[in-house]
Design a protein around this ligand. Sequence first.
Ligand code: SF4
Length: 443
Amino acid sequence: MLSGVYGSNEGLENTPNSPPGCLLPPPSPLVSDRLIAQRAKRLGIPVIPGHRAVLTQPLDHRGTPARLHPGNETAQRILAEDMRARTACLWATPCGRGCSIRANYQSTTVHLPPALSSGNLDIRTDAMVHEVTLGRDGRASGVNFIDRTSGKQQHAAARVVILAASACETVRILLNSKSARSPQGLANSSGKVGRYLMDTVGSDVSGQVPLLESLPPLNEDAADGHQLYVPWWLYQEQQAGKLGFARGYHIEFNGGRRMPGYGTAAGIEWLTGGSYGLKFKQDARRYYGSFVYFDGRGEMIPNENSYCEVDPKVRDKWGIPVLRFHWQWSEHERGQAAHMQRTFVDIIEAMGGKPRDPPQTDGAKAIAPGGSIIHEVGGAIMGSDPKASVTNRWCQTWDVDNLFITDGAVFASNADKNPTLTIMALAWRAADHILERMRRKEL
Ligand code: SF4
C-alpha cells in the first residue's frame, strides 16, 4: 500500500493471493508477451501479470498513512504529503536509471524523503564503515568508519546499531569487528557469520520469432519488463519424482520494439549470414522487435560449501580486509538450470521461432556463476537456535542485543522470488520491533 505493487490475484499455490486492495492494476502486456503467454499456456505453463513495485495509479494518501502510523499525526501528515507527490508511471523511461516522478519503488525516493522531512534523519555519505564498536557492557556503542573524502578515521555513537550494508558487506563488517570478547568477529559465537551464502539460480535463452517480424510501428511504451511472468508450476511432477531436482524457478521474459541496440543490428547476423547497405537496412527493419529473451530465476538451497571469510592477505584501498568467497552449486541448482534451458527452447519453438543456441543440457554449463545474478543473501542467517543462526526473527543478533541486521544477510533460504521486497518487509518488521522496545526503554 505504500510501495505500490501491481499484479493480480490468480489463486496459484506458488503466488498466493494478496489481501483486497493491496495490488494495483497491472499494465497491458506487449504483443510479444501476449504471444509468449498464448503459446506457453498450450504447453501447460501458466503466465500471469508480474508483481512489480511500480505505480499504475496514485496511492491512497488519505487512508494509508493512518494505517501505517496510528496515533502519530505528524508522521501521518508527512507521509500523506509525500504519497500525494508520487505519480503513476509514464511507461516511457528505463526504470533502472531511477525514476524522477517516483512511480518506481526505491528507498531513495519513497522512504528517505519523508524521513528527511521529519527532521529526525541525518545521512552521512562517503563513510566506509568497517567496524561495530562495543561498550564495556558488551553492547554495541556505534561504528568506526573512514571518511572517504579525508581518509580520516571517525566514530558515530549509537543507542542501537542496524547493519544494512548489503549481505556480504554486512558480513565483512561483522568479521572485521574483532575484540578479545569476540575473536571470531562480532555476533559470531555460532561460527555462522559468512556461512550459507546464496544467490539466485540463473540461466537464459534468447530466440527469434518470424510471427513478430515486420510488425507495423506501434507505441510499445510499457513497464520496463515484467508485464507478465511465469511463476513456478511443476509441483505435482516434482512430487512424483519426475524432475530430478528440488525447489523451483520463475521465468522472466522480454521482447518488443524497444530502443534498438546490438540485438537489432550486429546481432542479426546469425539469421542473415551478414548483409550490407540496403539489404542490411531491410534486414534490420524486418527483424527489429522479433526477438524474445527468457531468464530463469530459481531457488538455491543453502549449503556448507558456499561461504565467505576475511582474506588474511588482501586489504582494500582504505586498509580494510576484504572478503574471499567459496562457492558450490548442488545438483538441485544445476538441474534447475538445465530444465530452464529446455523449457525456454520449448516455448520459443511453440511460438514458431528458433533459439539462438541449442539448449545447454549440462546444468553446470547452463547455470550463471554464483554472485552474477546479484541477489546475494545469507551470511548472517536468522533462526530460532542461537547455536545455528546469527539473528532471531526480529533481525536482532543473538550475541549483542542492540545490534540488528536488516539486509539480505538474514535470509535462511533464497526462494525463487527476487529478494528486495522481502528484505524491505523484514526491515519494516524489525523497525517496528526496535521502536516498541525503545519505547519500553528496553533498548
Ligand atoms: S517507466 Fe520506470 S522510470 Fe519511467 S515513469 Fe515508469 S517507473 Fe518511472
